[in-house]
Design a protein around this ligand. Structure first.
Ligand code: CA
Length: 459
């Protein structure tokens, strides 16, 4: 199925590319090997190729600064840069700035590149919405942000410290409830994520609550930087870590812990991280924004061709980017192969990270229905007031309509020559189903909330 999908993707991509300036990309870029340090490859298009842009396509600026975190979610940005795709669309001076933490990324987007920060980049959800509403910014300043594309699905999981091996900690926790109860009376089970109220926090909460555990009462959850969490898991002071590749592989490989689950098992084809930028930057540079999007879309298509994944791993592992001891660390996860570290092995291409397209359709397109799920979970856990969901989620939808710019995604996709069949016609992906049988109908977020047994919001 997956190979079939990839063949289709590849065929469509070649057809698309052949119909546009992409023919140059295929000849000029795909054949260039990356250098082993993950440094700049020779793939930067020539001035001639850049000059082929029509006046409508020529960006208002060639410069932009995008933040990223060194996990697989950032791959489309890095590949777009290293394969010369940003430059191909006239963005010859894209700077990718590695962020020390999600908090740093938030601080940097608050000041923008003019203040030495960033114009946008990679985000967990719903960070762009929370920044727009002034809920996680200094002095609660509202800084409008636009969500432009989803970067990836899958590629995340929940790691557990080695000392808990064999105690029933898996996707379902029925066999581990006494362990949580026992720990609660002394030192509660402690789990970390890298930023509160967003994906990694929400994944771990969903997982616990699905098994009847209350994440606010039965465990201790806190924000800890990735490296610190791993160090704490080694010394036994941290029990779990909700995180993205390559961390799960490293944790298992270094015998620090094992994987209780992949997020792909919890919610197949789930929304993960996104490309979002400051609204003022996008408003001022509409053509540059589309150029960035086109480059990211091409990078996503390139990444979904599994034949390219070895090369992708080599580029990402480079010193400048993830700085991994070996690209091997990314290779197995990139093929859907996960050694969970507790004897369980997953070998299923459909569990791998996807960037452009998955079994359910577009990965890159930012569905508003997914924004709504992230907002709904924020209401569920009391991070957002429940009036966001009142009157058929009017307040949530108002915020989503301000932030989610799927209209720009569509324009860029059309410009790029993407087949109409690959451009979603609805902003809703429809009803979503989770591993525990719970369903989220984006038409009825309040009913979803009511149906959940464990929550903080009084509905
Ligand atoms: Ca993630």
């Amino acid at each position: 199925m997956s190979d079939f999908l990839n063949q289709i993707n590849r065929r469509k991509f070649i057809l698309t590319a052949g119909a546009s300036a992409g023919a140059i990309f295929l000849k000029g870029c795909l054949g260039n090997p990356p250098d082993s340090t993950g440094g700049n490859s020779q793939a930067i298009p020539t001035a001639q190729q850049v000059a082929n842009l029509t006046p409508e396509q020529k960006p208002e600026t060639e410069t932009v600064k995008l933040g990223y975190i060194p996990i697989v979610e950032s791959a489309p940005l890095i590949i777009a840069k290293e394969k010369g795709l940003f430059a191909k669309y006239g963005m010859t001076k894209v700077e990718l700035a590695k962020q020390a933490s999600w908090g740093a990324a938030r601080d940097n987007v608050e000041i923008g590149s003019a203040g030495g920060g960033i114009d946008g980049g990679q985000w967990q959800m719903p960070m762009p919405h929370l920044i727009t509403a002034g809920l996680i910014t200094k002095g609660n300043k509202e800084i409008p942000m636009y969500v432009l594309a989803q970067l990836v699905t899958h590629g995340n999981g929940i790691a557990i410290a080695d000392k808990h091996k064999g105690k029933g900690l898996g996707l379902k926790l029925d066999g581990a409830k006494s362990l949580f109860k026992e720990l609660k009376s002394s030192t509660p089970f402690t789990a970390a994520f890298t930023f509160p109220h967003v994906n990694q926090d929400l994944w771990i909460r969903y997982w616990l609550a699905a098994s009847g555990l209350d994440p606010d009462a039965d465990v201790k959850l806190l924000t800890v930087p990735a490296a610190q969490t791993v160090a704490n898991m080694k010394t036994g002071t941290m029990d779990a870590f909700s995180t993205g590749d390559p961390w799960p592989f490293r944790i298992v490989n270094d015998k620090i812990g094992f994987m209780a689950l992949l997020t792909a098992e919890m919610w197949k084809n789930h929304p993960e991280e996104y490309l979002a930028m400051r609204g003022d930057w996008v408003d001022k540079h509409p053509k540059a924004t589309k150029a960035i999007l086109k480059a990211v879309m091409e990078a996503q298509q390139w990444l979904d061709n599994f034949e390219n994944r070895k090369e992708a791993a080599t580029i990402l592992a480079g010193r400048k980017y993830f700085d991994l001891s070996s690209p091997e660390i990314l290779l197995d996860p990139y093929q859907g192969k996960y050694d969970m570290g507790d004897g369980r092995k997953i070998d299923d291409k459909l569990m791998a990270p996807y960037y452009w397209k998955d079994e359910k359709g577009s990965v890159s397109y930012p569905y508003k229905s997914h924004d709504l799920w992230f907002i709904t979970e924020n209401v569920r856990w009391g991070f957002l007031p429940k009036d966001y969901l009142a009157n058929n989620a009017a307040k949530a939808k108002e915020l989503i309509n301000k932030v989610n710019r799927e209209d720009i995604w569509k324009e860029a996709a059309k410009d790029l020559g993407i087949a109409a069949a690959d451009i979603p016609t609805s902003t809703s992906r429809g009803v979503e189903e989770f591993f525990d049988g719970v369903k989220f109908d984006p038409e009825k977020p309040e009913e979803y909330l009511k149906s959940l047994k464990i929550k903080k919001a009084g509905v």
